[in-house]
Design a binder for this molecule. Sequence first.
Ligand SMILES: NC(=O)C1=CN([C@@H]2O[C@H](COP(=O)(O)OP(=O)(O)OC[C@H]3O[C@@H](n4cnc5c(N)ncnc54)[C@H](O)[C@@H]3O)[C@@H](O)[C@H]2O)[C@@H](O)CC1
Ligand SMILES: [K+]
Length: 227
Amino acid sequence: MKRRWIYCDNLFTREVQTVRVVTTAEMKQIEKRADETGVSYQQMMENAGTAAYKVIREKYPNLEKMVVIAGKGNNGGDGFVVARLAAMDSMQVQVILIEGAPVTEDAAANFEKLKCLPVKITDMDKAWNTTESDVIVDALYGTGFHGELRPAGKLACQYMNNQAGKVAALDIPSGMNSDTGKAAEGVTKADITVVFDSYKYAHAENRDDICGEIVLENIGIPEECHA
Ligand SMILES: NC(=O)C1=CN([C@@H]2O[C@H](COP(=O)(O)OP(=O)(O)OC[C@H]3O[C@@H](n4cnc5c(N)ncnc54)[C@H](O)[C@@H]3O)[C@@H](O)[C@H]2O)[C@@H](O)CC1
Ligand SMILES: [K+]
């Protein structure tokens, strides 16, 4: 729970602000309701990537080079949206596919959109040769992650943790369990984590060493979908 002060008619009034924290299952329900009310999954992904890109640009205004580390799920899909927006802003963008091509419909659709842009797409084998980047976008795993990092995921997290650039995690740093906050060995250490729609329990664990600065962003889900 956060407290903030608001200024009101020459009096300082204390307002208690409650924050919403949801489980992965609850988040899926919220997204389902949003889809049923007309905000499609594709639109939510577009909004998530757009919000993340906006936050990254605000935090790091002088970016020239971006690397997006993408998994095969919808977290990777958010990363493809960020990559597209960065490339359209004339940034030098490289996308590294950690577990091959995306498997979800929405992520695959956003991956396709990259193909007409000057975005370099590689796999992990070539990642070690990547030139330095100003920011690395962690779009490997989001709420779908559980258990321990497998070798490819661990290598990708190690890569992110050893780069000189800032690390911006989408929704959750990869390797963190959304519901328990448990960090797998080798978890990504982010400078900033852009959280979509609602905080997850992992964000309430006070793991600043993993999440960095946490920024919550609206992705267009109507308030009534959270009931
Ligand atoms: N269209 C949507 O449903 C939206 C999803 N959003 C994003 O989607 C994320 C959730 O996406 P997904 O549910 O597709 O999953 P993720 O993209 O988080 O994870 C990808 C895959 O990793 C697998 N996995 C789990 N544990 C693993 C392990 N230890 N090693 C290797 N692989 C493992 C999972 O089976 C999952 O299929 C959210 O965090 C958010 O970033 C947002 O774009 C908002 C809209
Ligand atoms: K992530």
